[in-house]
Design a protein around this ligand. Structure first.
Ligand code: NI
Ligand code: MN
Length: 230
């Protein structure tokens, strides 16, 4: 039975059969993080949706520490590889691949692409396109939407997603009402809100999301440190 553990903002660890992958490991400097990047148990994969600091976060250091497979949009993976990540896999939107920990597909996200890593002086000397991920482990399909607007492309995922991690914070991404429409497009069994409450600009109430989703999916609100099994 796969599990998803929330670590604040858009960071989750997906685990099944002893394999563990982390999404968007923004832990250092994340006021909602419940764990230090150096205290994470073993990781097989590091998945990064885009280069913004609140998603790229500690990805390079964590991938090196665990000798983990990093997966990211092509240019962002090059950036991480240039910073010493040995197994940095750059992929394109629509592409998929079987990794030892599970199957990963990159899907579209409508958002910005600047890479705000330390090595670019925090100023964004690099750019890449953003993505969402559909990861299959233990026969369950998890869609981590990254940062995105509501987009009709999400309708392409209907019937292919069991659990959807969806940004609801507004300002930089969908707000609660658009996020609920996204759930209506994708039709997952379970929707888990993310990317809210970390900073004042995205301080939205997940209850607004929950009531907008209504009966379209089960909404599971995780606090940092909490785990959901499915
Ligand atoms: Ni972003
Ligand atoms: Mn973000």
């Amino acid at each position: 039975m796969p599990t998803l553990t929330f670590h604040g903002h858009s960071c989750f660890v997906l685990e099944h059969g002893g394999k563990r992958v982390i999404f968007d490991p923004f832990l250092s400097g994340n006021p909602k993080a419940d764990v230090k990047p150096t205290d994470l148990p073993h990781l097989d994969g590091v998945l990064v949706t885009h280069g913004h600091a609140d998603h790229l976060g500690d990805a390079v250091a964590i991938a090196k520490q665990h000798a983990a497979t990093l997966v990211a949009p092509y240019e962002l993976a090059l950036y991480c590889g240039d910073r010493g990540v040995e197994d940095a896999n750059g992929m394109g939107i629509g592409g998929s691949r079987e990794f030892p920990f599970g199957h990963v597909k990159l899907v579209a996200a409508v958002h910005g692409g600047v890479v705000e890593g330390e090595a670019s002086g925090g100023k964004g000397g690099y750019t890449s396109f953003p993505c969402g991920f559909v990861v299959t482990m233990g026969g369950q399909h998890v869609y981590h939407a990254g940062d995105t607007a509501l987009t009709l492309d999400m309708q392409l995922l209907e019937g292919q997603v069991d659990v959807m991690c969806v940004p609801i914070g507004d300002h930089y991404t969908m707000g609660p009402e658009d996020a609920a429409r996204a759930v209506g497009f994708v039709k997952p069994r379970v929707a888990i809100p993310m990317h809210f409450g970390t900073f004042p600009a995205i301080d939205t109430d997940p209850k607004r999301f929950q009531s907008a989703v209504g009966a379209r999916a089960e909404v599971v609100v995780l606090q940092p440190g909490q785990t959901y099994s499915f």
